[in-house]
Design a protein around this ligand. Structure first.
Ligand code: MCN
Length: 787
């Protein structure tokens, strides 16, 4: 293995600029003549706007312009995925204006934009805007929303966006009716606020001379924003719209979507004739970044007398918030219900999903997106079934695993898994977690008056989101491929333009490793460029842990084209047949001779083509590839969490976290470990700490870090992470994704561990986040019931 190629723990090349404060984030960019935007937002969750008086604000110092919905009549912010109801009719798709048109539907909805010389002036002027609202009742609770008493959108009956299903309900009901045992559980998957470290920001500008608009924005997928904003909202043709997503400080899904502020600053820039910068304050992020999760689910698992799963039935209500965010609709359907087989051979599965509008911030994908919700309910119901039937937790899982020789495995919920070995990850996790020593540790905890529990989660994930043909047939309004352009410069260095976008994942390192391995170049001769629609031909961006499996493969394809072309050049120069040219370690050789040409010599020749045969060999060395995979990739694994609970206070201490994951071939073990750590921190955060709470009027009670508990370093133990590998069967690298595994696998392991600790007292469930208060109350409830 080379020190810079596949499998090497190369330190992240991008970290020099980040660690020395030299990153360039959107808010760091300043343009000549720049103005500042402040968005006046609704303080109400639901209200009619009777009038907006901007006279006093317009006269305030420094104000350049003020616009409201009456000024900004543009297209609606689009939803990228159309779902059909059970009866075949399309989902309800109400409009989503960038600036409110007559009505506000959640706290934080955009009402007006003030553009001024300074941000302070814009903010002060906004306070002078008089908005006359008639407050309307708000609906926050999904069950109440379905009653239809209060409508978020007048034309959406019962606030129902769609009523969708997958599977044959009567077949599943029959299997449940005839089963030896049925375990039923009601599950809440708590709403989360994404909280990327860098808040969202956008700078819009317009060049009168060229007619070109430029938007700098905190995006995970600049080409998608160009498509959505250009074609649907502002009607700007692509060639006149440049989107740049420079360094982006984390997204976790929340920066996939096309947000109102991007359209507002781009639309307003030519009107004021100057660039306009908007940067979210943290409290704005809380109420306007799309939230995650928020499902309530009833689940039934039917088992035979030996603990074999016979059927799974799931009914889910999924909160969409007040408007459809860009990919909201596919999260509780195609990213969720299709994963309900998990790692098991459950023969029949039914999922019914109702997506519901409420007067809350829109909800969309957040790290894992649909797949954590699926794995949480599966692993909770399996845990409970094992307890009810007296089967050990590892045994019930082994009994029902898809065997390692059963791949490719067609699940009853549409997906076909290509590879996996769930026994291997379970065995490895159990060994590393020292499950054998648990009883002794439990006894030691008990001796100090503490309760100790061990929780399992064995999960699978569908990531590498693509292929176009599949997602298109499932309602996606876009293709899901990736592109890469490899430019070999005349002196042999390489610039890669990738449609993937790195915002913490380390692509500048791992993609460079692929180039180093394939073309035999040192890392300092390789540049990975991303995030600018004027540089990168096209791209679908980064989410769904797709960058390596889809973007990395596009890069491999482009490099193979470079090698093919280089062989032609080498054959010409070395006067050999192209078929005799071999390429290894950065050298082209003629088989069976000592004739050779270094990669750099070929590159130079490509740009100094003094004697190229005119008809058969073009000058230059640059290749473009698009890669559209055949399937998702399916990482999977086992997470085991051990907790110690203080019964007097309800405080849960996470003692051990062991993650054994199969992410296919590992390109950079250090980056893979880092991704796993980050995902685990977020999964444990969801399980123990984070919870988004609204009051019944639609006011966000957890609107700052005072009330929304993000995990911190001292909330987490050291993690034990390792990888077991089965290769992805349909990409050349054999890679699967890793970006979300930690957030998908860990939450049920945490809750199962707490339930295990308290099971002796008769506690059978704890909802997320398992705060000390909730745990303490469960203990008190169990004690009272026992008395
Ligand atoms: N990798 C590897 N070997 C593998 C798999 C991946 O070396 N077998 C490397 C990749 O080359 C890449 C990184 O691991 O450098 C993550 O790869 P991948 O799983 O393809 O995921 P993406 O790059 O597509 O990133 C998306 C994923 C998602 S969906 C969320 S959400 C998330 C995550 O990445 N958001 C993040 N990790 C994040 N990390 C940071 N710091 N910030 C975010 O916003």
């Amino acid at each position: 293995m080379s020190e810079t190629g596949i499998g090497a723990s190369v330190k992240r090349l991008e970290d020099y600029r980040f660690l020395t404060g030299r990153g360039t984030y959107t808010d760091d960019i300043n343009q000549p003549g720049q103005t500042f935007a402040y968005i006046l937002r609704s303080p109400h969750a639901h209200a009619k706007i009777n009038s907006i008086d901007t006279a006093a604000a317009s006269a305030a110092p420094g104000v350049v312009a003020i616009f409201t919905g009456a000024d900004m009549e543009v297209g609606s912010l689009p939803c990228g995925w159309q779902i059909h109801n059970k009866d075949g009719s399309p989902m309800a798709e109400p409009g989503h204006p960038p600036l409110a048109q007559g009505k506000v539907r959640h706290v934080g909805d955009q009402v007006a934009v003030v553009i001024a010389e300074t941000l302070a002036q814009a903010r002060s002027a906004a306070e002078l805007i008089e908005v006359d609202y008639s407050e309307l009742p708000a609906v926050v609770d999904m069950n109440k929303a379905l009653d239809g008493g209060t409508l978020v959108h007048d034309d959406v009956a019962n606030n129902l966006c769609y009523d969708w299903e997958l599977g044959d309900e009567s077949e599943v009901d029959n299997a449940i009716a005839g089963a030896h045992h049925v375990t039923e559980i009601d599950i809440v998957n708590n709403r989360l606020v994404p909280n990327a470290m860098e808040p969202r920001a956008a700078i819009g500008s317009f060049d009168k001379a060229t007619g070109e608009y430029t938007l700098y924005t905190t995006s995970q997928n600049p080409h998608v924003i160009r498509l959505l904003m250009g074609a649907f909202v502002l009607q700007i043709p692509e060639h006149k719209l440049r989107i740049v997503a420079p360094d982006v400080g984390g997204g976790f899904g929340s920066k996939i979507y096309h947000y109102a502020e991007e359209a507002i600053v781009t639309w307003a820039a030519p009107k004021v004739g100057r660039p306009i910068k908007w940067t979210a304050e943290r409290s704005e992020s809380f109420i306007t970044d799309a939230h995650g999760r928020d499902h309530i689910t009833n689940v039934k698992l039917a088992l035979d007398e030996n603990g074999k799963f016979l059927a799974l039935k799931v009914n889910t209500k999924a909160n969409m918030g007040a408007y459809l965010s860009t990919f909201a609709t596919c999260v509780p359907t195609y990213l969720y219900a299709t994963l309900l087989a998990g790692v098991y051979t459950t023969p029949v599965i039914y999922a019914g999903v109702k997506a519901i509008f409420t007067n809350t911030t829109p909800v969309d994908a957040y790290r894992g997106a649909g797949r954590p919700e699926a794995s949480y309910l599966i692993e909770r119901v399996v845990d409970r079934a094992a307890r009810e039937m007296g089967i050990p937790q590892d045994e019930i899982r082994r009994k029902n695993f898809i065997p390692r020789d059963a791949f490719p495995y067609q699940t009853p919920v549409a997906l076909q898994y290509d590879s996996g070995d769930y026994e291997a990850t379970l065995n490895s996790a159990m060994k590393q977690a020292d499950v054998a020593g648990f009883a002794a540790r439990k006894a030691a905890s008990e001796a100090k008056g503490k309760l100790r529990g061990l929780g399992y989660s064995t999960y699978v994930e569908a990531c590498g989101i693509a292929p176009s043909a599949v997602v298109g047939s499932l309602g996606a309004r876009a293709g899901l491929f990736e592109s890469a352009n490899v430019r070999v410069n005349p002196t042999g260095s390489v610039t890669v333009f990738t449609g993937s976008h790195s915002h913490g994942q380390g692509h500048e390192t791992t993609f460079a490793q692929l180039v180093s391995e394939t073309l035999g170049l040192p890392l300092d001769q390789i540049e990975i460029s991303h995030g600018d629609t004027n540089k990168v031909a096209f791209g679908m961006g980064t989410y769904g842990s797709r960058s390596l499996a889809v973007g990395g493969e596009a890069l491999m394809k482009a490099m193979n084209k470079i090698i093919d072309k280089s062989k032609k050049i080498a054959a010409h120069v070395l006067e050999a047949s192209e078929a005799d040219i071999e390429f290894k370690d950065g050298k082209f050789t003629v088989a069976g001779t000592d004739k050779e040409m270094a990669f750099g010599e070929v590159a130079l020749t490509a740009y100094v083509p003094h004697n190229f045969p005119h008809e058969t060999l073009e000058p230059g060395l640059e290749e473009q590839a698009f890669y559209d995979p055949m399937n998702f990739t399916y990482p999977g694994g086992c997470h085991i969490v051990e907790v110690e609970v203080d019964p007097d206070t309800g405080v849960v201490k996470i003692d051990r976290v062991t993650a054994s994951d199969d992410v296919g071939r590992v390109i950079n073990p250090m980056i893979v470990a880092g991704q796993t750590h980050g995902g685990l921190a977020q999964g444990i955060g969801q399980a123990l700490l984070e919870g988004c709470v609204y009051d019944e009027n639609g006011q966000l009670l957890t609107g700052s870090y005072m009330d929304y508990a993000m995990p911190r370093a001292d909330d987490l133990p050291n993690f034990t992470c390792s990888n077991e590998t089965t290769l992805c069967a349909h990409n050349s690298l054999g890679v699967k994704g890793v970006g979300e595994t930690g957030a998908i696998g860990s939450p049920p392991a945490v809750i199962n561990a707490i339930v295990d600790a308290l099971s002796g007292m008769g506690v059978t469930d704890i909802s997320m986040p398992a705060t000390p208060q909730k745990v303490w109350q469960a203990i008190q409830g169990a004690k009272a019931a026992a008395e």
